[in-house]
Design a protein around this ligand. Structure first.
Ligand SMILES: [Zn+2]
Ligand SMILES: [Zn+2]
Length: 413
């Protein structure tokens, strides 16, 4: 029997920046090549030093389209084949094209529930519930060993049933469970998106003026939650061009709110429109104009609008005369920690100056500590390798037997 070696090059003691290698004498695959969340913008040369860049790789498997899982892809040799879900490929290409350098390399797409062969490895992707669209868990089989990678997941989002299904009928004989633990040692909220929807409905009803909401354009569950709350309260969800493009690109993958739906409008701001035109995407801007509105319109009928906000949009809203006032409310619908960043502080000040009422309505993209334990227990692996967390050392109780590794330390399975 061949030896199977597992090396977590990065993420044994931090959240994100995942880079994991499974190798045998016959080949190797990587699970994610993420950018560390604390890496300074624009920094390069961030691939873990323990990762061999010379020996061939059969596949880089990208679990989902979050930077901390794919952000160093362009630093890996171009001949390494990349595999991911179809929507993941679309989102990565879209985001890199708009905000950075376009990723030109070819992505091979997998289908959830269909086994694919990657060199000597057999890979089974499972669509999962996470704040990123098209997130997957992966079962990798090689040399008679079975390794299950949780990727990032939760059990309280709009796709929770997918994870419950895996737990009800778990794959058998798992040798190693590579398990994320983002929310260990934290008390981040983990209510359902349905609960959030009810909170938004109340906020929209209680507010006389506009409700500004800061959320991630790629958190599709949240966009759906906001759209549904708008429908229930007779408001219109105003999104920016980037969010509209994300929704348009994902239309093929599910019934998601679209720019031409009745309770949605696209705010066509000058800076964003300029940027799209510079990237040669005039056609997209032109396509959005019939469903669009100028920021100036947000001054009239304030009780109608739920408006997407973030610092870059404020720069466009200000000159159009959009300024928060005491009739308005604003809601931070992301992790509270981001509010302490320079951008978050500036946004908060903008609303405080105007006297808008503040709300924080959010739920984590990751499983609660009790859900993590329940998931690990149901998989019943021979051993578990903790990753993507900062509190694993204090939180081993209630988990299957743990094999604690350091970054770059190989484990022969
Ligand atoms: Zn992550
Ligand atoms: Zn993620």
């Amino acid at each position: 029997m061949t030896d199977v070696t597992l090396t977590v090059h990065r993420a044994t003691d931090q959240i994100g920046g995942n880079c994991i290698e499974i190798a045998t004498q016959r080949g190797r695959v990587l699970l994610d090549v993420g950018r560390p969340l604390d890496a300074p913008g624009g920094a390069t040369g961030l691939l873990p030093k323990s990762l061999d860049l010379v020996a061939p790789v059969d596949g880089v498997l990208i679990s989902h389209p979050h930077q901390d899982h794919y952000g160093l892809l362009e630093e890996t040799p171009a001949q390494w084949p990349v595999f991911c879900g179809e929507a993941t490929a679309a989102l990565i290409k879209l985001t890199s094209g708009i905000f950075g350098v376009p990723i030109e390399r070819d992505f091979r797409r997998w289908q959830s529930g269909e086994t694919l062969a990657v060199g000597p490895f057999s890979v089974m992707p499972y669509l999962t519930d996470h704040s990123a669209f098209d997130a997957h868990m992966l079962l990798i089989e090689v040399g008679g060993k079975r390794i299950f990678y949780s990727g990032d997941f939760r059990i309280h989002g709009r796709k929770s049933k997918l994870v419950e299904r895996i737990m009800a009928e778990p794959p058998s004989d798992i040798d190693v469970l590579l398990m994320e633990g983002t929310n260990l040692g934290s008390d981040k909220p983990s209510m359902s998106e349905g609960d959030l929807e009810a909170d938004f409905v109340s906020l929209f009803r209680e507010t006389k003026g506009r409700v500004f909401v800061a959320w991630s354009a790629q958190n599709i569950d949240r966009t759906v939650t906001l759209y549904r709350a708008c429908l229930k309260t007779g408001r219109t969800l105003v999104v920016d061009l980037y969010t509209a493009e994300v929704l348009e690109k994902l239309a093929a993958f599910g019934k998601l709110p679209q720019p031409d739906w009745s309770a949605m409008k696209v705010v066509v701001t000058s800076a964003f429109a300029r940027m799209y035109r510079r990237k040669g995407e005039e056609a997209f801007v032109a396509r959005m104009v019939p469903h669009g509105m100028s920021a100036k319109k947000l001054a009239a009928d304030p009780e109608k609008w739920v408006v997407m906000v973030r610092p870059s949009l404020v720069r466009d809203y200000e000159p159009a005369g959009v300024r928060p006032n005491s009739d308005d409310a604003w809601c931070w619908s992301m992790w509270r920690g981001y509010l302490k960043n320079e951008d978050g502080v500036r946004l908060q000040e903008w609303f405080e100056r105007g006297g808008a009422r503040a709300a924080h309505i959010h739920t984590s993209g990751h499983a609660s500590p009790s859900d993590l334990r329940a998931f690990a227990k149901s998989l019943n692996p021979r051993c578990m390798v903790p990753i993507h967390g900062v509190a694993w050392d204090a939180e081993v109780d209630g988990f299957p037997p743990i094999q604690r590794l350091r970054d770059g330390e190989p484990l022969v399975i």
